[in-house]
Structures are given as structure tokens and as C-alpha cells.
Write a protein that binds this ligand. Structure first.
Ligand SMILES: Cc1ncc(COP(=O)(O)O)c(C=O)c1O
Length: 382
């Protein structure tokens, strides 16, 4: 077994090949979180009134600096879904606005955008990005977004790395086009997978960026960050639930959301330090090598092709097509994911984007190419 595996609490009987969905918390980071919880429990009144605000500010300053921004422009949010919807709600204030997102957007976020559009009598235009074997390049993706933009576009929501399809979108290229074609549009980046996997995590241009720390940084769940690019954008940012300190504005208004367990935010700097120690030990090279070798092994075994060009393939996740005559439906994919978990003691996810069915592989420091061999035993006839 890989030497890093012991540093996580993952069940040693299970091949854990889906770090991408919910991350995994190293024991040392879980311990740091427990210590914050014990401090809280030793004197809840003192903790919430005095200690927590100070610790929260310290954690915020640490994470903001690590991301390359300032504490005035950074707030913790629970997760990417809430962060992106928070930003979209704050930026779509006028009726009959025009929101643009892509067909590869995260389902929960697309639902939220549809509801914001409904409440504001706005329109949600979906840029159709093709997902079929070998069909897309960075240019094709940028062109699809371009086709959905107008001079009237108010808000564009883009994934830095797409969820189900694990594509690395050409964000800088797309944002340059948005600035030219839709100069009044605000750009919100759904960077759920970016922190830890991409360096730097923040793209060159954006208005609001939201990234998860509980995926590739290995922070305890739930921990994510929302970055405003300028103080003007920050002045428009408001939490979904206006509460104490609302009048103080961003980022203070995001902290005073009521009693909660904030230990995942407080432990995020510990996760970042752990992550930095892995990076110093070639984390990126390791993950790329493992996912590449595993994908090649399975493609050779199943006789299927590499799905997307390397330039738009995200570095640590990969889709491998299953050799099925008929595409599985979403419920059939979920059933197969569960069957693989139960029969093969292997955690992964089966997805049906475009016109085929794939297994989405993730690779992290505790994985080795041999972990993926059990996938060759997937029963494709049932
Ligand atoms: C692009 C994207 N957005 C949003 C999410 C949702 O993340 P969370 O459940 O942490 O809100 C994911 C999860 O994988 C994602 O990939």
C-alpha cells in the first residue's frame, strides 16, 4: 500500500478512486479540527463571543494570502454551490437580466441560476458545449460561450474545471471574449475543483471566484472561499441570509450568520500546510502520472479511446469510456456506481455525458495505478 494512505482514515479494504467528489481529510487535519471543537466546548460563551471572531479572522487572512488576494476581498462560505448562488443572487438585482451558463455546469448550480432567473423575470441562456469523444477543443468551448453572449448579458457563470466531465475550461480566453462582447457582464467562476489542483487557483480575470477547500486541499467539510476581484464587486456582495453585521458589508456580513460549527474554516490553514508539504513532494507529478497510467490501462483493457484532448483535460481527474453498446441512463449509472462499491470494494463514479458512459477517475497522493485494476472486473453485462 502507498505510504501516504496511512495518513488518511480511509478504509484500507476499499480502493478509493473518487477524491474529486468529497475529498478526504488527513488525520493530522482532522485532529486540528477536533482541537478547535474542544476549545469551543470548554467554554462556548467565551469561544463564540471572543475567541472565534479572532481565530476566524486569522484563518481568513491566512487563506486569502495563500490564494493571492487580501482579507478584505475574501470570505469563507460553506461550499461552492452556496458560494456561486450567493454571488449570482447578489449580482442579478434588476428584472429582465440575462444570465449565461454552460451545459457542462454543475447541476445544483444550474438549478439555482434557473430559480434566480425565475424570481427576477430574467433569462438563463445555456451555452451548449458538446461532450462527445474527440469533438471539442478549447476553441470549440470558447466559441460555444461566445454564441450565447449578447450586449445585454448581465452575468456569466463558468466552471474552471467541470464536474461530471473533468474538463479544464479555457477560462482566460473565454473571459477575454466576455469583456469584449458583453462589457457590462459580471463573471462568476465556479472553481469547486481548482484550489489545490491548479496553481495559481485564481484565473487572470474574473469578478467573483468560488473554490472548495474540502476537495483537493483536503480541508474538513464544509469549507470553501469566495473572492471578489475588486472592492467595487465586494460592495455588491451580500450573504444569502442577511443577518448581524449586514450593514458592515463584505466580508464581515458573511461571518455573522448565526451559531454554527466553524471548525472546518479554522482548520483550513492546517489543510493548506499539509497540502503544501505534499506539493513539495511532487504531488502534481504523482497525481498526473497515476491518473494517466490508470486511464491507459483501462482504455487498453476495454478497447476504448481517450475522450478529450490533453490540453482541456483537468490534471487529476479523467473520464474513461466503458465499452457499452447502449448509453446508460443516470439512474443506471448510479446503480452501477453502487454495485462497484459493493461488489468490488471500489469507490468511483459512473457518468453519462454526451452519448456514452464513462467512469470518472480521480488520483490523489494515496493512490497508485494498481488501485484501479479492480475496475477491470466491472460487470458490464448486468
Ligand atoms: C463545478 C462544480 N460546482 C459545484 C460543485 C458542488 O460542490 P459542493 O457540493 O461543495 O457545493 C461541484 C462538485 O463537484 C463542482 O464540480
Amino acid at each position: 500500500m502507498n505510504a501516504y494512505r496511512e495518513q488518511f482514515s480511509l478504509d484500507p479494504r476499499v480502493a478509493y478512486l473518487n477524491h474529486g467528489s468529497f475529498g478526504a481529510v488527513p488525520k493530522i487535519v482532522a485532529q486540528a479540527q477536533r482541537e478547535f471543537q474542544m476549545l469551543e466546548e470548554s467554554n462556548p460563551n467565551l469561544f463564540f463571543r471572543t475567541t472565534l471572531p479572532k481565530l476566524h479572522d486569522e484563518a481568513r487572512a491566512f487563506v486569502a494570502e495563500w490564494l493571492g488576494t487580501t482579507p478584505e476581498l475574501f470570505a469563507f462560505v460553506p461550499n461552492a454551490s452556496q458560494g456561486v448562488i450567493t454571488a449570482a443572487s447578489a449580482l442579478v438585482t434588476k428584472p429582465r437580466s440575462q444570465i449565461v451558463a454552460t451545459s457542462l455546469g454543475y447541476g445544483g448550480v444550474l438549478n439555482g441560476l434557473a430559480e434566480i432567473a425565475r424570481r427576477t423575470q430574467s433569462t438563463l441562456r445555456i451555452a451548449e458545449v458538446d461532450f462527445a469523444t474527440g469533438a471539442q477543443t478549447a476553441e470549440d468551448i470558447a466559441d460555444s460561450v461566445f454564441a450565447a453572449l449578447t450586449n445585454e448579458t448581465t452575468l456569466v457563470v463558468l466552471d474552471q474545471i467541470t464536474s461530471e466531465t473533468a474538463l479544464l475550461l479555457p477560462i482566460d480566453q473565454i473571459v477575454r471574449t466576455i469583456r469584449r462582447v458583453s462589457p457590462h457582464a459580471r463573471v462568476v467562476i465556479d472553481a469547486a475543483h481548482a484550489p489545490g489542483m491548479l496553481t495559481p487557483a485564481l484565473p487572470a480575470d474574473f469578478d467573483v471566484w468560488v473554490g472548495n477547500f474540502h476537495k483537493w486541499i483536503c480541508a474538513p467539510r464544509a469549507s470553501a472561499g469566495l473572492v471578489c476581484r475588486t472592492s467595487e464587486i465586494a460592495s455588491q456582495m451580500m450573504p444569502l441570509a442577511p443577518s448581524w453585521d449586514f450593514e458592515a458589508g463584505f466580508p464581515k456580513s458573511f461571518f455573522s450568520q448565526g451559531t454554527d460549527d466553524y471548525s472546518s474554516y479554522l482548520a483550513t490553514p492546517h489543510a493548506i500546510r499539509f497540502h503544501e508539504s505534499l506539493r513539495a513532494n511532487q504531488l502534481d507529478d504523482h497525481n498526473r502520472r497515476v491518473v494517466n497510467e490508470a486511464a491507459e490501462m483501462l482504455q487498453t483493457h476495454w478497447g476504448t479511446e481517450q475522450v478529450v484532448p490533453t490540453e482541456i483535460s483537468c490534471p487529476w481527474m479523467r473520464l474513461v469510456q466503458l465499452p457499452l453498446k447502449k448509453q446508460l441512463t443516470k439512474p443506471e449509472c448510479d446503480a452501477l456506481t453502487l454495485k462497484i462499491s459493493q461488489d468490488l470494494k471500489t469507490e468511483t463514479v459512473i457518468v453519462p455525458p454526451g452519448d456514452a458512459t464513462y467512469v470518472r477517475l480521480s488520483a490523489f497522493i494515496y493512490n497508485e495505478p494498481t488501485d484501479y485494476e479492480k475496475l477491470k472486473l466491472i460487470d458490464l453485462n448486468s
